[in-house]
Design a protein around this ligand. Structure first.
Ligand code: NAP
Length: 469
């Protein structure tokens, strides 16, 4: 008789695609099952792990990055192997994964940005905030970009925590940033930045802002920065007023904003201005095709049928000169080759974490999803924990019903053999530790937590002991 999956005789073989928070919390939930024998392989596009903890969390928020210690413990578990520098869809395909693993968990996050669909959105000088974040964090795809910070004003569109991050980095004293792991290129650019004012635009009112209070409060603590809010923007309509009674974060946000509106300073070298009930309707070009201004329209709030307060333009316009525009209107997942994708929600098609067939919405045996690819780009790092636990519960419930992969494909060495046969230069956890030590030792010399290596070939050279610096 065949042994059941998840037993010593037939350990449950799980592949996790993506080494960000959601993937790690899925691994953790599996490892914690007392009566499950499991063996987990985590695949990751870049050589280094941690996803947005390394590439997204702002460099001046090092305490948040400390969560990687929890992830390291997972990677040190003998039941877990790490395969960095392996891209799903090309280096290893869905068919190969399904042949080698009983279950697969897609934990790929959201790699792209949402669009606003307004004229001029793609002018030079207008960028998704996600790219700017990647740039200052030394993300290999964006580290070499050149942001022109020679103008006096930048506009940040959106009032979520990413908007708060990019605005703060633009006005923060570069000497303070120098003590972080911000990329060297970004630090140098920011040292010579001429930007004196950053204007953050919220399309709805202050009670509907998406940022969290701790992040908003930090604005008031920035050295050399005026924080300006027009008291008129804080006049609440009755619906918003009512919202505050039931939403503690919104109430705290409005309190903080009122504080900024009353204690105004104008004498500091840089200014953060937060505005509400305005939408950009066009980015205006100079003669060379670069952005020179943002045309904005005033809004009022209007309830839709579901009772949600939405913004609606009232036909009053204003032109706001700016030479840098960062569109911080949310991340967006991109499809994975061969995996059903919902083009309306930009998530992997799933019901409660089980990937489903697009034709009949029946679960595809052994395929699961966690994190932003499952529920959309919302929540903080910790939100991914209960999200992953829920998916793992579905995986455990399904395990007894699965056929599982054939015995001759169960040997973990098969995975190495496959990647080696394809010539993939994959990176183990021990390899990553070599790069990690290299970066932190470089940081030690200059009093920084680390100095990141920002190109994949250079990362591999460090790992293989072939680096020249
Ligand atoms: P977000 O929280 O969804 O905020 C997006 C913002 O863009 C909202 O203010 C939204 O306004 C606005 N927006 C969307 N479409 C727009 C349009 N066409 N025109 C103008 N404004 C538009 O997204 P995010 O800031 O990218 O953050 C993603 C997630 O990561 C969030 O859950 C966030 O809390 C988290 N995060 C956390 C931290 C932290 O904990 N420190 C740091 C960074 C990110 P509406 O509300 O009107 O749609």
């Amino acid at each position: 008789m065949e042994h059941a999956l998840g037993t010593v005789a037939r350990p449950l073989r799980v592949a996790i695609i993506g080494a960000g928070p959601a993937g790690f919390y899925a691994a953790e939930a599996l490892l914690k099952q007392p009566s499950l024998t499991v063996s987990i392989d985590i695949f990751n596009h870049f050589p280094y792990p941690y996803g947005l903890v390394r590439d997204g969390v702002a460099p001046d928020h090092q305490s948040i990055k400390a969560v990687t210690r929890v992830y390291d413990k997972i990677l040190q578990d003998p039941r877990v192997r790490y395969f960095g520098n392996v891209t799903f869809g090309s280096d290893i395909t869905r068919d190969e994964i399904l042949r080698l693993y009983d279950q697969v968990v897609y934990a790929v996050g959201a790699q792209s940005d949402r669009h606003m669909d307004i004229p001029g959105e793609d002018l030079d000088g207008s960028f998704p905030a996600t790219i700017f974040v990647g740039w200052y964090n030394g993300h290999p795809d964006y580290a070499d970009l050149d942001f022109d910070l020679s103008g006096e004003r930048a506009v940040v569109i959106g009032v979520g925590n990413v908007a708060v991050d990019v605005a703060r980095i633009l006005v923060r004293d570069p000497d303070e940033l120098a003590a972080t792991d911000i990329s060297d290129v970004a630090l140098e650019r920011l040292r010579h930045s001429k930007i004196r004012e950053v204007v953050i635009l919220g399309r709805r009112g202050p009670a509907q802002a998406a940022f969290t209070s701790q992040e908003l409060k930090e604005f008031g603590e920035l050295k050399g920065v005026n924080v300006i809010v027009d008291p008129a923007d804080l006049q609440l309509d009755p619906d918003s007023q009512e919202m505050l009674a039931n939403d503690r974060v919104a109430a705290r946000n409005v309190d903080l904003l009122r504080g900024y509106a009353t204690h105004i300073s104008h004498d500091r070298p840089r200014t953060l201005r937060i505005r509400f009930l305005v939408s950009p309707v066009e980015l205006i070009s100079d003669q060379l095709g670069s952005v020179k201004a943002v045309r904005i329209e005033r809004n009022r709030l209007e309830k839709n049928r579901q009772g949600k307060l939405l913004s609606r333009g009232i036909g009053e316009y204003e032109v706001l000169p700016a030479t840098l525009v960062l569109r911080s209107v949310g991340y967006r997942s991109v499809p994975l080759r061969g995996v059903p994708f919902d083009d309306t929600t930009y998530t992997i098609m799933n019901i409660g974490g089980r990937v489903v067939d697009p034709h009949d919405t029946e679960p595809l045996p052994g395929e699961y999803v966690v994190g932003w690819a499952k529920r959309g780009p919302n929540g903080i790092i910790g939100t991914n924990k209960p999200d992953a636990v829920a998916t793992v519960q579905a995986m455990l419930a399904d395990a007894p019903t699965l056929l599982g992969v054939s015995d001759d494909n169960r040997d973990p060495a098969r995975v190495d053999a496959l990647l080696q046969a394809k010539g993939i230069d994959y990176v183990s956890f021990e390899d990553w530790q070599v790069l990690d030590r290299h970066e932190t030792e470089r940081g030690l010399k200059t009093g920084r937590p680390r100095v990141k290596v920002t190109s994949v070939p250079e990362m591999l050279a460090v790992i293989r002991g072939q680096a020249t610096t």
